[in-house]
Design a protein around this ligand. Sequence first.
Ligand SMILES: [Zn+2]
Length: 224
Amino acid sequence: MRTGAAADKRANALHNPVTLHVVCQLTLLRSLYGGRERYLNAHVSQGGWPVLVLNADFRPLSYYPLSLWSWQDAIKAVFLDRVNIVEHYDRAVRSPSFEIQLPSVVSLKSFVKPTTHPAFTRFNVFLRDRFVCQYCSANDDLTFDHIIPRSKGGQTTWENVVAACSPCNLRKGNLTPQQARMFPRQFPFAPTVHQLHRNGRLFPPNYLHDSWLDYLYWDTELDP
Ligand SMILES: [Zn+2]
């Protein structure tokens, strides 16, 4: 049976400034605008040990970018009773009064309703268009093109913006598709989360810990 002393020790640990020192390192998408980096992973620094964050239903909170926290943020969330630890790294952090194994996967205790309509962002436009120019299929030097140019009243919307390489963008200039005789490969549309997930699977993260795999791919569509 645990003694009062052990309980005290545990309580002290909760307030240990070393353990609770949090470096908020949010995910940072790599080289989105250069078009060369073919990975969608988050950059996690602070000594590594990124933690995969699952929703309360054990699906990743987000796929693209993959929901990752620094281990510092994850441990803070454990102490705040917001997450359960699902998997561990084979590594511990210690303070004078406390030791905890670094979590590699955590799950939220309360369910967060996933977004159904992806945000209209540069990244998501690239993802919808699979990181290729919609005019020549180049995957390098990507930027954006307004199909109907802004100078002709074209809006910055899902339906009027496509990924395009710089040379195509330059060539098309302020012309309409008819004038330039340049038509996008697919008619641009507002994608669903499912469509973005499907595209995102073509670009696997550049860092995947073994303990994450069960939670990343169980809901992929099965081959017939
Ligand atoms: Zn092009």
